[in-house]
Design a protein around this ligand. Structure first.
Ligand code: NAP
Ligand code: ZN
Length: 353
């Protein structure tokens, strides 16, 4: 077995602590990765603090992992030692059901194996994620990174925040000539703005934080609306082709649905611990509007997104932290106070006594 060092929470109400554990020796199709950086997703917080229920402790979160290959199993063909790679939210799935065969492993019918909070496909054991110094992952779930090494830390958030916004933007064929809204400027939302802009849309950012207005423009938004201002919201009624809603808390969806044109759609990617109030039926039927949801993205489209970002010079805007600063980072994320993704420098794990 491979000895790994990470940080775990042992209950929903206790802080992170250093945690030693074992990773499996590589199977023939496994890649061993020395993890260098890991992004901090709001899903990590929802899970570790027990907001979603179902957390398995000890819990080592983290599903925005970048690092370097240190060893490969005998049957691995796509990677070699020294390659820069990424691992996102999934480390395994059945690979045989219809969604898996279509490259939509996130919708695997028996269920994919999360990078943390398991369960593994064979024994149902817990999995430990990216807040750790190394990880062993089957080849099919490892992504190639084509950005330069200097961008590595800022590439990490693409593995969840990037793909979770890319997948619905592509599914809804967002592109030139469309007016597209992005609601909530956090980790996901700031990537949504960058990607929708790079796909050629006219992008309007919606924020509850007036302090983020200038940043939203810098991130690529053509217009910014403070969503708590009813008059500013009204000025955009019936004008959007598509809205991507990344908000991590329950809120009234109706003011956003009313902004959609006839046949417009809003996708929910935020998964608040408590449900949103049910939207008004009239807001949907009167203009044949639709409301849908979307879960991360498949492995092939994650690679497509990474390559698109490498080609267009897109990375995340990050605040680098040491592993030991994680509890405070969660507190700030809970207050919508992150510009715009925390990334853990995993070299700091070695400093744990
Ligand atoms: P984040 O960085 O905390 O950003 C969420 C943003 O939502 C905040 O920055 C804030 O933006 C806005 N917000 C927060 N509380 C609000 C409230 N009460 N009312 C209105 N707006 C509020 O979180 P994230 O990492 O981007 O994740 C966002 C959500 O997506 C989480 O629920 C996460 O679990 C979920 N998620 C889903 C998937 C998926 O596959 N569907 C994947 C990853 C994450 P402003 O300050 O601009 O208002
Ligand atoms: Zn995530």
């Amino acid at each position: 077995m491979i000895q790994a060092k990470g940080y775990a929470v042992h209950s929903a109400t206790t802080p992170f602590k250093p945690f030693g554990f074992e990773r499996r020796d590589p199977n023939p199709n496994d890649v061993v990765i020395a993890s260098r950086f890991c992004g901090v997703c709001h899903s990590d917080l929802h899970t570790a603090r027990g907001e979603w229920g179902g957390a398995r402790f000890p819990c080592v979160p983290g599903h925005e992992i970048v690092g370097e290959v240190t060893a490969i199993g005998d049957a691995v063909t796509r990677f070699k030692a020294g390659d820069l790679v990424g691992v996102g939210c999934m480390v395994d799935s059945c690979l045989t059901c219809e969604p898996c065969r279509e490259g939509l492993e996130q919708y695997c019918e028996p269920g994919f194996t999360g990078t943390y909070n398991g369960p593994t496909q064979d024994t149902g054991d817990n999995t430990y994620g990216g807040y750790s110094d190394r990880i062993v992952v089957r080849e099919e779930f490892v992504l190639s990174i084509r950005h330069g090494e200097q961008d590595l830390a800022a590439v990490a958030p693409l593995l969840c925040a990037g793909i979770t916004t890319w997948s619905p933007l592509r599914h809804h064929r967002v592109g030139p000539g469309q007016k597209v809204g992005v609601v909530g400027i956090g980790g996901l939302g700031h990537m949504g703005i960058k990607l929708a802009k790079a796909l050629g849309a006219h992008v309007v950012a919606f924020t509850t934080s007036p302090s983020k207005v200038e940043d939203a423009r810098r991130l690529g938004a053509d217009e910014v609306v403070v969503s708590r201002d009813p008059d500013a919201m009204k000025a955009h009624r019936n004008s959007f082709h598509y809205i991507l809603n990344t908000v991590a808390a329950p809120h009234d969806l109706n003011p956003f649905l009313m902004l959609l044109k006839r046949d417009g759609a809003m996708t929910l990617v935020g998964v608040p611990p408590e449900p949103h109030p049910s939207p008004a039926v009239g807001a949907l039927v009167m203009k044949r509007r639709s409301l849908d949801g979307s879960l991360i993205g498949g492995i092939a489209e994650t690679q497509e997104m990474l390559d698109f970002c490498a080609e267009h010079g897109i990375v995340s805007d990050i605040e680098m932290i040491a592993m030991q600063e994680i509890d405070g980072a969660y507190d700030r994320m809970a207050r919508s106070d992150v510009k715009y993704r925390f990334v853990i420098d995993l070299a700091s794990i070695a400093d744990a006594s």
